[in-house]
Design a protein around this ligand. Structure first.
Ligand SMILES: [Zn+2]
Length: 350
């Protein structure tokens, strides 16, 4: 009898706890105060000016996203700009790292107020909100790469920043990014001295991953728990694949593979089709590393050198180690950073 009571009260406790959690997690956040009705949808933000600014971006971007992509759907949705983008007050899906997300259930785009570019993040989420069913044949994390690619096309200002971040994250998780740093400057005797070094930038990612996992892991889903570094790396690898496929076969080529997979009754595009289309079907991880290096342009290199000043500083220290009397000459030192195996060479005045 006692045992039955205990079991019963334990069950009751468990039920009440589950109910409390359900109530707490189901408690939706209140919409932000300010409201702007744009042509394409309602935008809510903390202030009128911000709601209106995002509304203008929405009106400009939504038709262009719809026009650019094959197989889109038009939905009624709202855009909420929040300090912390979230759906529920207490629990729910985790978007801690995200600058925004698309929530299909309530049909809403959530944006982080402090996003590097609200305009580009909005473009990215508008792609999620616009993709028709045929796009669901993209495997793993690839939809994220497509969203990033479209956002870079439609919002070119600052796109290099996004590319530098995505591609460096991908490279840090797959062996690091190589640079050739060359320093030259005059000595006191007037002679020019030049030193060069190959520098491997490994960032702050300790975990290495296999690039082809990008076709399996769904890093874009809030339910996929990943360390932040790995998540960024998957987004980067996804961007790389999508960009390479579109460069070679166009956006219609990428979508065509979705249609072909659908016609053949497959669940998603086979990995080897994508590898072939991206010309990554050869040697394995080393080939991916080279592809990442090749994707970096001068603007991305400039941004990375500023983000990781040690890249130049370490070489500078070595430069002056060899020239102890010439330290005053530091302002005359010229630096050039190159990406090995490419024509990219970026000059820096030290
Ligand atoms: Zn996304």
């Amino acid at each position: 009898m006692l045992q039955t009571f205990e079991t019963r009260s334990r069950r009751l406790f468990a039920t009440l706890t589950a109910l409390a959690l359900l109530l707490a997690s189901g408690c939706a956040v209140m919409p932000p105060d300010a409201r702007f009705e744009s042509r394409e949808g309602v935008v809510r933000a903390d202030g009128d000016a911000q709601a209106e600014a995002v509304g203008r971006h929405l009106d400009a971007l939504y038709p262009r996203v719809q026009e650019l992509l094959p197989d889109t759907v038009r939905r009624d949705f709202e855009v909420w700009v929040q300090e912390e983008p979230k759906l529920y007050l207490f629990a729910g899906p985790s978007y801690e790292e995200a600058d925004g997300f698309w929530a299909e259930g309530p049909s809403r785009i959530h944006l982080r107020e402090s996003a590097a570019s609200l305009e580009r993040t909005l473009a990215h989420e508008l792609v999620h909100a616009s993709l028709g069913d045929s796009w669901s044949y993209l495997p793993g994390t690839l939809e994220e790469g497509l969203c990033d690619w479209v956002s870079a096309q439609l919002v070119p200002r600052g796109a290099a920043e996004m590319r530098a971040g995505r591609l460096s994250a991908a490279s840090f998780a797959t062996g690091g990014l190589e640079f050739d740093v060359e320093l030259s400057g005059p000595r006191q005797d007037g002679l020019d001295v030049t030193v060069g070094a190959r520098v491997l930038l490994t960032g702050d990612v300790s975990q290495e991953l296999s690039p082809e996992e990008v076709f399996r892991v769904k890093a874009g889903l809030s339910t996929t728990r990943l360390p932040a570094g790995a998540k960024k790396a998957y987004y980067g690898l996804s961007y790389l694949v999508v960009e390479r496929v579109i460069e070679r076969r166009g956006l219609n080529g990428l979508h065509g593979m979705c249609l072909q997979a659908e016609r053949r009754g497959l669940d998603e595009i086979p990995v080897d089709w994508l590898l072939r289309a991206a010309e990554l079907d050869g040697a394995g991880p080393e080939e991916w590393r080279v592809a990442i290096q090749e994707a970096l342009g001068p603007e991305e290199v400039r941004l990375l050198v500023h983000a990781y000043p040690e890249l130049l500083r370490g070489t500078l220290r070595r430069f002056f180690e060899g020239l102890p009397d010439d330290v005053e000459g530091a302002h005359n030192v010229r630096a050039t950073v190159r990406i090995p195996g490419t024509a990219v060479a970026v000059p820096f005045g030290a």
